[in-house]
Design a protein around this ligand. Structure first.
Ligand SMILES: Cc1cc2nc3c(=O)[nH]c(=O)nc-3n(C[C@H](O)[C@H](O)[C@H](O)COP(=O)(O)OP(=O)(O)OC[C@H]3O[C@@H](n4cnc5c(N)ncnc54)[C@H](O)[C@@H]3O)c2cc1C
Length: 366
């Protein structure tokens, strides 16, 4: 419930704001205040008047966060909209996208325009400004493959910065923005997309097969980026629960990386263990498989339960009432069961936000 509304230079400023519907896990959360930003000048104006000691937290679509029931911070919500073509050649188009644009809608829009390269990232929830934070990735493509630059506000120094892709220090589900939490507010993302409809990446899982059914329906032999996007939408819809129907925040645990020796030992006891070879004699193990084998498919601690079709996804069966403490209980239980069986410690993927808005990855408090 919003208890008061005030305004600084046209900025919407709400006191004591309920964020339970603003996070896809639907955890109960009330923030001290929320500032909705519809343009960059509003951010500057707000920062000029705010106190240095005021904790700030940036929240976009809320699909990768675990919020506390009381958030004693000012929550900044970037809602700037707009998509601008900044350069165009016969081979590619450069676009600048404002942070508040819905990511999936952007993917669909670009494909409709004949601008390709984002199709593999279809149906990832959230807003565009959050996409560089964890370098979103799916089906063989990561944001860094398309990103040219980011315009971001450095909150501590109150200055704007233009960061090229190299400055963003991207890694697997990682970036400078993730490694320096509560520091940046991304307001624009520059992307380079191509115009060659014959160039697609469909080698992951069933993408190729499903995409071909769409091509066949239109009596084509070659698949297009639109076919790949539709295939990925279909596959994701079958595999992952829709957060609007069953609250969740996607993959809850990272796929752990273990030594090849440990993997070989496990393989002797569990011949079906799912692992992918990684550099330096390590193996990435499928966290969903570990959870399932620990007997936790559809298990957990009420009301936070693993999804029946995909054990890696934790779902909230008490929307708007369950709290971060409920998530911690289920998380700890799953971690201990998996450790007991495999001697592997699972690490959480979504961002843990503490009561003062500080955020952490892999641990509770920071
Ligand atoms: C069903 C489901 C499926 C998913 N599938 C995938 C997937 O395939 N691949 C993948 O990579 N991710 C996936 N995710 C995770 C999530 O969708 C992405 O991480 C997404 O980019 C988060 O966007 P958001 O707007 O919801 O960010 P939020 O959850 O609001 O924020 C996430 C983090 O980014 C920070 N942040 C947000 N906006 C900004 C900004 N403008 N400037 C600076 N910091 C900011 C926040 O402070 C927070 O730390 C999935 C999530 C769900 C629920």
């Amino acid at each position: 419930m919003t208890t008061a509304l005030s305004s600084t230079c046209g900025t919407q400023y709400q006191h004591s704001h309920n964020l339970s519907a603003a996070n896809t896990m639907a955890l109960a959360c009330t923030a001290d205040s929320v500032v909705t930003l519809t343009n960059e000048a509003q951010l500057e104006a707000f920062m000029a008047t705010t106190q240095e000691s005021q904790p700030l937290f940036v929240l976009s679509g809320g699909s990768n966060v675990l919020l506390p029931d009381q958030l004693h911070a000012t929550v900044l919500r970037p809602k700037m909209l707009g998509i601008t073509v900044t350069a165009q050649t016969p081979d590619y188009v450069d676009i600048e996208v404002m942070a508040g644009e819905d990511w999936h809608d952007l993917v669909v829009y670009t494909i409709d325009q004949g601008w390709y390269g984002l199709e593999n990232l279809a149906l990832i929830p959230g807003l565009t400004g959050a996409a560089p934070v964890q370098n979103i990735g799916a089906y063989g493509v990561q944001l860094e493959d398309r990103l040219q630059y980011v315009r971001a506000y450095h909150l501590p120094s109150q200055t704007w910065h233009h960061l090229d892709a190299a400055d963003c220090q991207f890694g697997y589900r990682d970036s400078i923005f993730k490694r320096t939490p509560n520091t940046w507010l991304i307001s624009r993302v520059g992307l380079r997309l191509h115009t060659d409809a014959t160039h697609v990446l469909a080698s992951y899982g069933d993408v190729q097969t499903v995409a071909h059914t769409y091509a066949k329906q239109q009596e084509r032999t070659q698949i297009t980026p639109a076919d790949v996007m539709q295939a990925i939408i279909d596959i994701r819809q079958q595999k992952l629960p829709d957060p609007k129907r069953l609250p969740n925040c996607g993959s809850f645990f990272q796929n752990p990386i273990i030594s090849q020796n440990q993997f070989i030992l496990l393989q002797a006891s569990y011949p079906n263990i799912v692992g992918y070879p990684m550099p330096e004699s390590t193996v990435k193990v499928a966290a969903g498989w570990l959870i399932e084998q620990a007997g936790l498919k559809g298990g957990g601690v009420e009301p936070i339960i693993t999804h029946q079709k995909q054990a890696l996804v934790l779902t909230n069966h008490r929307p708007y009432l369950a709290t971060q403490a409920d998530v911690a209980a289920a998380q700890d239980y799953i971690i201990s069961c998996v450790y007991e069986k495999f001697a592997i410690t699972l690490v959480r993927e979504p961002v843990w936000v503490n009561a003062s808005g500080k955020i952490g990855h892999g641990e509770y408090e920071v």
